[in-house]
Design a protein around this ligand. Sequence first.
Ligand SMILES: [Zn+2]
Ligand SMILES: [Zn+2]
Length: 381
Amino acid sequence: VIETEAAVLRASGSGSDGIPVFEALQIEPVQLDEPGPGEALVSIAVASICHSDLSVLTGDRPRPLPMVLGHEASGVVAATGPWTTRVRVGDHVLLSYVPACGRCRHCAEGRPALCEPGNRANAEGRLLTGSRPFRDAGGALLHQHLGLSAFSRMTVAAQESLVVLPEAMPLDHAALLGCAVVTGVGAVINTAGVEPGATVAVFGLGGVGLSVVMGAQLAGAAMIVGVDVAADKLARARELGATDGLLADATVVERVLELSAGGVDYAFDATGVPLVLEQAYRSTRRGGVAVALGLSHPDARISISPAELVSGERSLRGSYMGTTVPARDVSRLTQLYLRGQLPVELLVGSRIRMADIPHGFERLHAGVVGRQLVEISTADG
Ligand SMILES: [Zn+2]
Ligand SMILES: [Zn+2]
């Protein structure tokens, strides 16, 4: 058994004051099993705080608790279990939040983000191999977050959850590829297939939304309209290639329609807020495509006009993990980054220590600009 330290979430939801139960997330000493067959022990280098972690705390993403959170991360393989062949000790790895079995119907069709056994394991808070390797100091079982549980100095993951990175890729910026960048850039390139010259609107400019902006720039979009309630996020979007910025309010759809002379070709909702997804949909031109990539509560519903859908030949598409094929796309994204065409560093808002993770969740809830990178492997932790 390996003794380490991790951010453990023990409850979710909000108090009677409506404030999420931030105090339910604490850094604790934990015990970790040695890697089993097909698994690897990873020393986490950098893990960033993503809105999906916060959604588990707020209860918008119901998950089995207690759980070691964290899923957007990079690290170094410290040990491998028996019959682990995809990674070796010393490999720099990106953690990937849907382990793909490689054998189910979706994997066979080249859509590993939809992998059935992988997503079932994630929902049940275990690894693809079946293990739940974390215990708390009292020996009680802790669930795994998305097969990764990266807010820990060490973690054990299935080899299907790991993608080997080239040594030239800095581990801090690599961490961001794991969720924000594959989700946002993937939604543009893989899910929507945005063409050069297209017009694009992006609703919600957190890490994922800013990655959509980056992807649209990469795809050669002629107009990229960023939409958010925070002016400083609009400014960050402009640095990444947004041509216009609109502060979100009740009139935002009309303003997008005006700016784009009748609607954009592609509108992306990165917020997961049902009303915002409706706004994104209504911002598309006739024949346009709305892409939903923000996660909302399973019970949430939207309202759209079937008549506009039909007579306008609009499309509404979901995008999970950017329809990414990690073995293909992480290599592409890494090459683009190394050539200076994917300025991932502009997603970074601040760098914090492991002890600051609980406070980091409060800052994310308050609407901090840019990703908070947790530097986990540094000596002063
Ligand atoms: Zn995420
Ligand atoms: Zn599969």
